[in-house]
Design a protein around this ligand. Structure first.
Ligand code: MG
Length: 359
């Protein structure tokens, strides 16, 4: 899928997304959809679209065909012998959640235990060289109704744009996301960011830099929000035990699916740690799953659930996602509440593989 405009983060620039979709059909003819959040290259995580394709088609999906009754937790269990590959496993698990919710005739968010109030959302803005253009984008986002702005930062493009935005928008809920671009020797620079009243500093260091994150969090007022680090339940426990963060970005597609994500939500809620729902440049299918998860009560910080038109000229689902009164409305229909546009998917598809009745 071509992006409406190139997206720039500390990991580089992307102008299109290569997305792996999963379609599951139940005995009664209902269909559920899942989306793998893996990227095109292994810069965000070791997983990528190609590895997810391989692991799904070679290991996960053939193993499911021998089973009679499939609920999402069983899907997860059947691939539990696989080390890692949470993104590939999540895609299968989430397709099954959608299928189950459609078979039951309930919205997925409701099945997960969420409410239907909709979700306040943040817009993520890429690294803009031109600070004037950046403030225009922020103003535009506020006019559209976004509740928070998250700015991608990297060494050399951090304190200045944040200071400028703070001067112009003194009360704006503003966060920054470094995608792991810093190291502990950048502490003085990161301390400078502490004076701007940021909602959060997301993932300053590399995912495995637990001790460095704990040291930094001890030195800052601003909550560190771990994102890439939080790849599963054990990683979350480690982060909380070490006090390596005071906020958590949760992405069901990154942690192995909605079942695990819900358990992690419950843990954070018990500990009083605020959650935000992250985004991975998903199409409307993945976004719908994220929105369902974000309807759980622990998601109190605006999440990365932009409108469809923020990233796509045309999304893969109808209706497309749009803000209403500054919130992303909860799905009303069964399952993920949007319908995949099969013609559009057909036009964009470069490879397909079927199993069982869909072979
Ligand atoms: Mg992030």
């Amino acid at each position: 899928m071509p992006l409406r405009e190139p997206f720039v983060s500390s990991a580089g620039e992307r102008s299109e997304r290569r997305i792996l979709l999963l379609r599951a059909r139940g005995d009664e003819g209902h269909e559920g959809w899942g989306e793998c959040v893996a990227g095109e290259v292994p810069s965000y995580s070791p997983e990528m679209t190609e590895t997810a394709w391989h692991v799904l088609t070679r290991f996960i999906l053939p193993g499911l065909l021998e089973r009679e009754v499939l609920d999402p937790v069983e899907i997860l269990r059947s691939s539990g012998w696989i080390r890692g590959h949470h993104m590939a496993r999540a895609a299968a698990e989430m397709a099954c959640w959608d299928l189950q919710a459609r078979e039951l005739g309930v919205p997925l968010g409701e099945l997960l235990g969420g409410d239907d109030d909709g979700v306040p959302v943040a817009i993520a803005l890429g690294v803009h060289a031109d600070l004037g253009a950046l403030s225009d984008r922020v103003q535009e986002a506020l006019d559209t109704g976004y509740a928070m702005v998250k700015l991608k930062v990297r060494p050399g493009h951090d304190v200045e744009p944040v200071r400028k935005l703070r001067e112009q928008f003194p009360t704006l809920p503003l966060g920054v996301d470094a995608n792991g671009a810093y190291a502990l020797e950048d502490l003085p620079r990161l301390r400078e960011l502490d004076e701007f009243g940021l909602v959060m500093l997301e993932q300053p260091f590399a995912p495995a830099a637990w001790l460095d994150h704990a040291r930094l969090q001890g030195a800052l007022q601003t909550p560190i929000c771990l994102d890439e680090s939080i790849t599963g339940e054990a990683e979350l426990q480690l982060a909380l035990e070490l006090e390596a963060c005071r906020m958590v970005s949760l992405k069901p597609g990154l942690v192995g699916g909605l079942h695990v994500a819900r358990r992690m939500h419950d843990l954070c809620r018990d500990r009083g740690v605020p959650l935000r729902c992250g985004g991975m440049l998903e199409s409307g299918i993945g976004r719908a799953h994220n929105l369902a998860l974000a309807s759980l009560p622990g998601f109190v910080v605006p999440g990365d659930l932009s409108e469809s038109r923020r990233y796509w000229v045309q999304d893969l689902v109808t209706p497309e996602f749009g803000l209403v009164d500054g919130r992303m409305p909860a799905a009303r229909g069964p399952g993920i509440g949007v319908e995949p546009d099969l013609d559009r998917i057909e036009v964009l598809a470069v490879r397909r593989r079927g199993f069982g009745d869909l072979a």
